[in-house]
Write a protein that binds this ligand. Structure first.
Ligand code: PLP
Length: 459
């Protein structure tokens, strides 16, 4: 069993409590044909079986993490009122909860004042950050690394901003010399630093990037959609720690509670250090803001209707699991990171595999050793399929030769990149499940390569 059936009775208890808040109203029970509801929901349950088991620790494929049970319950609870956080008129309590939750995220980066709100996800959050950057630096370009999320070049195009792709070093981090050259060439108004790249979980060297602001006056946006919560973890490597310690110096930050914050989709978050950028959001809405002169979130967000339920789920989760170093939430992140380090160690000791570099967060990438780049890529795909047959769900990702130079998995570079195997070990349970994961991976690799791991690679 992988679902938390037991907590469902708590939903009923919470619903009854919520209902008491409206006890004065005349009865208005919806008239439901229970059998029709039953038929439809069971049909949906059956359809939903056609999924990879994202919620299970044997799923280490895409960047997916199950919501915390309390987040699921709170989300479901809120849908009975179905608040809309566009305006206080549409979601009074949930707007207040959103402001509190967002302030706690800002405080995690040391910001006592900020402007910010939740979004439907990381793309929309980055969109707003780049849009504000455009308004602040009209006509100037955006620079982001070759390993930044593809959304940055695409959003720049949508916003009509020139885009400069900055080279990465052998470990997939923004190459500071290449950035300096791009800044010296002129025309760059905004630099995007990624703290936790999507493909390999690498962390751009933020202290060195911040230092460049002394000579070049650019806006700094940190895309920490995936990595942002890791600032709470004690077991980061030195470079990552140094970078996370400087996030507060950015002009804007994106972090996705629906990635590492234990939230259901869609819950992203954008934060600005200077509340004054709120002026760019100014608009007239003669029909939405009429019950209160307090700030309506729609006045500082591009999206209009937004799920108040997302804010309720986040607030509730943070009430139970505060964003504290050493707390239960931080320990969950640390467990995933431990899992990544032990997976990396096992792969490094296995003659069949070549991990591209030690993980900086909780994503591990490795190539299959072979005579040529094409053979290595073909083996990776075959192991990916064989692992899935053994209920171990990995991912595949292609990396350029420059990022594989240290791992040197092949002699013959008959193509300029290699398709690698990739695992996102994001669930706290991955630490305990690592032995099982390695066993299944070994079995899958043996079925493809016909060789056992080198002696001593497994305990
Ligand atoms: C670093 C980074 N930025 C932005 C995004 C886009 O976020 P979303 O998928 O929530 O729109 C992702 C998604 O994986 C990401 O990893």
């Amino acid at each position: 069993m992988t679902f938390d059936h037991d907590t469902l009775t708590l939903l009923d208890e919470a619903l009854r409590s919520l209902e008491r808040g409206f006890g004065r109203l005349p009865d208005a029970q919806p008239r439901l044909d229970r059998e029709a509801v039953r038929g439809a929901i069971l049909a949906a349950a059956e359809r939903m079986r056609d999924n990879y088991p994202y919620q299970h620790p044997l799923y280490v494929g895409q960047m997916l993490k199950p919501p915390h049970p309390v987040a699921r319950l709170a989300y479901a609870l809120a849908t009975y009122v179905n608040p809309n956080n566009h305006a206080l008129d549409g979601g009074r309590a949930s707007s207040a909860m959103e402001k509190e939750a967002v302030a706690q995220i800002a405080a995690m980066y040391g910001w006592r004042t900020h402007l910010g709100h939740l979004t439907s996800g990381g793309t929309m959050a980055n969109f707003e950050a780049l849009w504000i950057a455009r308004e602040e630096r009209p006509g100037a370009a955006v620079a982001a690394s070759a390993q930044a999320h593809y959304t940055h070049s695409r959003l720049s195009a949508v916003l009509g901003m020139p885009f400069r792709k900055v080279a990465v070093d052998a470990r997939g981090r923004m190459d500071v010399a290449a950035l300096e050259q791009a800044l010296a060439d002129g025309g760059v108004g905004t630099v995007v630093a990624t703290l936790g790249t999507t493909a390999a979980g690498t962390v751009d060297p933020l202290p060195e990037i911040v230092a460049l602001r002394e000579r070049h006056a650019f806006r700094l946006h940190v895309d920490a959609a995936y990595g942002g919560y890791f600032t709470l973890a004690y077991n980061l490597d030195t470079d990552a720690r140094r970078a996370f310690d400087r996030i507060g110096e950015a002009d804007s930050i994106v972090i996705d509670p629906h990635k590492h914050g234990l939230q259901p989709y869609g819950c992203g978050c954008v934060l600005f250090r200077e509340p004054v950028v709120g002026r760019h959001y100014r608009h007239d809405s003669p029909y939405t803001y009429f019950t209160s002169s307090d700030l309506h979130l729609g006045e500082i967000s591009l999206e209009c209707s937004r799920a108040g339920a997302a804010a309720v789920a986040l607030w509730t989760t943070m009430r139970m699991l505060p964003l504290e170093r050493g707390g239960e939430f931080a320990r969950g992140l640390e467990a995933g990171r431990d899992a990544a380090l032990s997976l990396h160690a096992a792969l490094a000791a296995d003659a069949r595999f070549a991990p591209i570099f030690p993980p900086q967060l909780d994503i591990v990438v490795w190539a299959v050793r072979a005579e040529s780049a094409s053979a290595s890529s073909a083996h990776a795909r075959a192991i990916f399929d064989a692992a899935a047959e053994r209920d171990l769900h990995l991912a595949l990702a292609t990396f350029p030769r420059a990022m594989l130079a240290v791992a040197a998995p092949v002699d013959d570079w008959d193509r300029d990149d290699i398709m690698c195997l990739r695992a996102c070990v994001m669930k706290p349970e991955h630490r305990e499940w690592m032995a099982d994961i390695l066993e299944r991976l070994d079995d899958a690799a043996q079925s493809v390569l016909g060789t056992a791991p080198r002696d001593g690679s497994r305990s």
